[in-house]
Design a protein around this ligand. Structure first.
Ligand SMILES: C[S@@+](CC[C@H](N)C(=O)[O-])C[C@H]1O[C@@H](n2cnc3c(N)ncnc32)[C@H](O)[C@@H]1O
Length: 348
């Protein structure tokens, strides 16, 4: 029974969920595909027969879906009706406090198929799982430029995750006095747009691959933001960074690359900044002991197997060391933030 944010299961069932992980995931994803949870909520619960009619399948397959979801403690049963549990209401209903639909979508359409290559990626120390995605280049980000549909799935999730984590970032860093920010690997512009909205004097430049900057530009309608949010298409490794910024956002970039490559990129940021300029490194982290949290443990294989073939979630201490190794003279470190994030501010 899911109550007050915790679910109690036996060790055997815990292992069962891992072993049957694909089935457990498909039960949840299929519930979403059939809009089951929304329908259960709207009707105040449904019987097997009512569910079958509501989602347009025979009673037997409807029963299998309901049984599976109830066994995973995602549905409860009240009388002969299945109803949503609190966790489904909070995270799987579109109106919930933290709708996880975009995450489930990216897992289903981009990530899961590649993870069968995790062991081989470990042996070769590269992203063997990239073979499941067509397109140019040696990273997922390059491959996605060839498939706009998948690119949308990727940025729907990335933008959603960044939006949630961004307000907490703003409570740790005040941009007053900063004139121009470069958002490197700025993606669909979620962070830049939010930043420019909060600071009406600020200029922001999103630096990313060309198709990505196009995607970001399409999102801005407000004429004032259009004047202050700029786009610079380029390659992080081959091209120079735009000049004239006094702060650089390095958001959800650190976990993509090896520590050596991060130090190289941060050195490039250092070179592009004036004296007194800052780099803001903000991303998912693991704890100092490398024992968790679970979000860090479960996302790291994706960076090795698919995204880049070299990254993982690092500790805040490793972020700090990299920033110092890149030449920054002083750092402020904010560890253990919400969403398993840390922020390291490097001052030139
Ligand atoms: C994980 S996303 C982060 C997006 C954004 N910073 C955020 O926090 O939502 C990484 C971004 O880095 C960009 N990127 C990866 N490799 C790149 C490269 N070689 N040159 C330019 N951009 C790159 C990708 O296109 C992608 O938008």
């Amino acid at each position: 029974m899911a109550t007050s944010g915790s679910v109690t299961i036996t060790e055997a069932d815990y292992l069962r969920i891992i072993i049957h992980g694909t089935t457990a995931f498909e039960l949840l994803r299929t519930g979403l595909e059939f809009d089951l949870f929304e329908k259960l909520e709207a009707e105040g619960g449904l019987t097997v027969e009512q569910t079958a009619a509501a989602i347009g399948v025979e009673p037997q397959p409807a029963r299998i879906l309901l049984l599976g979801l109830a066994s995973l403690k995602l549905l409860d049963k009240q009388g002969d009706k299945y109803v949503n549990t609190p966790i489904i209401r909070r995270k799987v209903l579109r109106s919930g406090e933290r709708f996880l639909g975009p995450l489930i979508d990216i897992q289903a359409k981009i990530i899961n198929a590649s993870l069968v290559d995790f062991a081989e990626s470990m042996r070769q120390n590269t992203n063997v799982g990239l073979r499941h995605i067509e397109g140019p280049g040696t990273t997922l980000y390059e491959r996605l430029t060839a498939t706009p549909d998948l690119q949308h799935v990727f940025y729907d999730n990335m933008g959603d995750a960044s939006e949630k984590a961004f307000s907490q970032f703003l409570s740790h860093y005040d941009f007053t006095g900063i004139r121009h920010v470069i958002d490197i690997g700025g993606g669909d512009g979620t962070n830049s747009i939010e930043l420019a909205s909060r600071y009406p004097e600020l200029e922001v430049t999103v630096f990313d691959q060309e198709t990505v900057t196009e995607l970001a530009a399409e999102r801005i309608e407000d004429p004032d933001l259009r004047k202050r949010v700029h786009f610079h298409a380029g390659d992080l490794f081959r091209d120079s960074l735009p000049e004239g910024a006094d702060a650089i956002l390095f958001f959800h970039i650190f976990e993509i690359w090896s520590l050596e490559r991060n130090t190289e990129l941060l050195r490039k940021c250092y070179d592009a900044l004036p004296e007194g300029g800052v780099v803001l490194v903000y991303n998912f982290t693991c704890n100092d002991e490398s024992t968790g949290p679970m979000s860090a443990g479960l996302v790291s294989p994706y960076f090795l197997t698919l995204a880049s073939g070299e990254g993982m979630t690092y500790s805040a201490e490793e972020m700090e060391r990299s920033v110092l190794d890149a030449g920054f003279s002083r750092v402020d470190r904010y560890s253990n933030l919400g969403f398993s994030h840390a922020l390291v501010v490097g001052h030139k």
